[in-house]
Ligand binder design. Sequence first.
Ligand code: PLP
Length: 751
Amino acid sequence: MEIPENILTECHEYGVAAYPEETCGFIIGNREVPDSLETVLPMRNIMNDLHEKDPAQYPRTARDGYVIDPLEQLKLERSLKKEGKEIKVIYHSHPDVGAYFSAKDKEDALWNGKARYPGVSFLVCGTTDGKPDGAIIADFNQDSGDFDITPVTVNSSAASGGLVGGTFGITGILPTIDFIHEWKNGNRELQYGYFRFVNHQHIKDLHAELCSRSGARYALTYCSGSAALFELLIYLRESLPNINLYFSSNSALSADGIQSLEISCKSLDLKNLIDPELLSAKNGDVLLLAMEAPELFVKENSEWLAKLKRQRVTVIFYSSNLQASDQWPVGLTFWISAISSPETATKHSGIEGGVILSNADRQIAELTETRKRNGSVLSARNAAVLLKMLKEEDTDLHDIAKLSGINKTWELSNPEQKITEKLCEWEHATAGFLFPSGMSAVHSVMNLLRKKSKNQVIVIGLMYSDSYNLLMSPGRSSRWEAEFVGLDELEKLDQIISENTAMIVTETITNPLVEVPDLNRIGDIASAHEVPFVVDNTIASPVNCQPIDYGADYVIHSTTKYLSGSNDHAGGVVLAKNSRNASAIENFRRCWGLRLSPLESTVLWECMQDFAERMARFNSNCTAVADFLSEHAAVDMVYHPSQSSHSSYFTAKKLLSGNGGVVSFTLKDESENALKIFHDKEFSSIIKAPSIGSNQTLICPYPMLTHYFDTDEDLREIKLPRHLIRVSVGCETEIEGILTDLDCALKRTIQ
Ligand code: PLP
């Protein structure tokens, strides 16, 4: 465990103050965040009192022992529970004997040979001659039945990030504004972050294993082998001036889907290989070789591959299984493989992944960027299971359920159908399809509807940053074009729509300005022109709005957000109004291999059970926060449609039955310094992390994360204040703690 420097210093200071006696107390952190260490709470050491009353039973004094006042501890534990906090560490000091875990410390920490406080660590701070003198941490090890002792490593960045959402958490803490600057300027790598942007530790571990098996320098995982292939082909199509694909198909890979990419494609015979002299990188020649035994092929055709290397021709292998190889084959640019174990195909169908392996630094860096936006990611939960399966042949269902933190065996009740049926009922849709992330759902609908012959996308309002980025970086060869229309410019729509219009797209409640477009009016115009109408309904949620009733053809959700709420699930869904739209999206998803893992759908289904109830609280809590902010002397603008000052107040009343859980605001003092004063100190009940729809309230300086490098003029154009603060209000049963946190932080900015 890493102890933030400020926390360790504080513990040492209490040790110095109590010297020559022992001090004791707790380090408190957020219950939802495993590594969070927020506050030091010193407790009364009652050792001297006990000794005085009964020296026979208590021979030690506070000079060489400690006992935490049990009444004080009980009271504290009750109040922590209410605040979503818990004791993470018990600390005490050792005057003049050095920092070590004594036999007495161990005896007190055990109960019948087991940890007395499971999950709690012990910190011992040395205090020699009244000065700090090292520290150790003792953690109970279930396997050995003893404590592991580690010298304390100090996290010198004082404010360290942490994972939110437990073992498979999907977002990370951004503790200070300077921390964000350091990250954005490339001076800090995030250890924990939003799942599409920062690889979870389970993904990193799987990447390392796949590299060591293939001899590749880089591995980039995807939700399936075909998703990996499609990502690579789209990347090549967008980055090369032109692409000529030579393609050898086999049972694992057919030409169907590839044709939908609008790439020129010739077939290739592996038994009668094309002369390398006829190929060149300049012509955009790319060879895609599907094969089951790449090792053998490499051995038999090493000269041919070496010649292709000299011609700088891109060579891709595609195999349905990764065979171990010590050395990366000469002449190979990318190796794409499905990730599975022999058991996956038979016993555990549905748990799958895909990987692009390569030694090409620049291309992998660029593919990493496109994967963030396209969202065809492998879930951390799947990565953990796949890694175990790769390493241990006899992984069974029980192991998988235990490892992935789900208490039911998913195979018995794969809930995909139940989820989509429920969502169709809520959204008045005909059919629904799950995707590995919200962005994968957005990207799929865009790709399905945009064609070379229909290349215009009309965007109403400011969409979520990655949807916006997807539209703004359409690539070199596609010639897609986005037309942005403000919510108050709908009268322009009739003129803008042309035979090139592929779709009109918007969000029911936009992120982060919380605006509500007039879906009814847009739906009428779209239908009059027979243009598909796509609505991202993530922030409103199916409880508050059914866009299909207003004419939407496709409705999208990131299930990572309200529908799950637990911060430990990633997924997305596309709901189709009619069966024609449904079969189009179903075919697309099948070809591109964009499936949601059954492990993720199991988690989602469990979380959806109390969704309507949670959403009612999201609505009411957020309105309470918006009202509170509107009244506060330190606040300038509040962006929430419950407020009569908000531009969408009337449209929201017309279209929504509730206003959702996102509220944004600006401070009266617009400076970055005021933002720091507001943001940087610890909150008690609010987590400083990006994402929305979390059951626990999250806060972030949104434009600093998503529009960091935009100029003031860029931001003015999209009406986005640089220092806007976005609160994703949670569904806590008590909102007082949230309001108190906000009040304290706001007051600091006007003191
Ligand atoms: N749509 C909206 C409105 C969002 O806010 C987000 C993410 O924040 C997405 C889509 C993308 O979802 P995901 O992060 O699950 O890919």
